[in-house]
Design a protein around this ligand. Structure first.
Ligand code: HEC
Length: 116
């Protein structure tokens, strides 16, 4: 094989690896975020904005809020407990996921439907 062909092959492999890693990240991000759907609505579109919708909010804002909730710096009723179990990397994935969702009509959260 000529060096050019080998180079192209490597580039393709690197590219493929990148896509695979990205796909895995976004699956993990949605799984993590799903823990929030019960209260914040499916995909973070909450009913009547209570609790606040997370869909389409700024990633940096969400990350900052989660970190200050986790540290107990932002007053909250239950978010201190919710935020506690996550590493920085997980919070980053979760914030990225909600930021990527288009805000839209709320799908009633199971709790809001009285569905449990
Ligand atoms: C048991 C219900 C419940 C769950 C589960 C929950 N939240 Fe919340 N969340 C709330 C409530 C209620 C508030 C309003 C603050 C408070 O009273 O704690 C809130 C507030 C927030 C805020 C602040 C929003 C803003 O606009 O400033 C963020 C960010 C947030 N939650 C993210 C999350 C994430 C991410 C998860 C999942 C890891 C999650 N929440 C899981 C109920 C919940």
């Amino acid at each position: 094989m000529r060096p050019v062909a080998i180079g192209a092959g490597c580039a393709a492999l690197l590219l493929w690896g990148g896509f695979a890693a990205q796909a895995q990240d976004s699956t993990q991000a949605r799984s993590l975020a799903a823990a929030c759907f019960t209260c914040h609505g499916t995909d973070g579109r909450s009913v009547g904005g209570i609790p606040p919708s997370l869909a389409g909010q700024d990633k940096g804002y969400l990350l900052q809020q989660m970190k200050s909730l986790r540290a107990g710096q932002r007053p909250a009723t239950i978010m201190h407990q919710q935020a506690k179990g996550y590493t920085d990397q997980e919070l980053e994935l979760i914030a990225g996921y909600f930021a990527s969702v288009t805000p839209g009509p709320a799908a009633a959260a199971p709790a809001a439907r009285g569905g449990f």
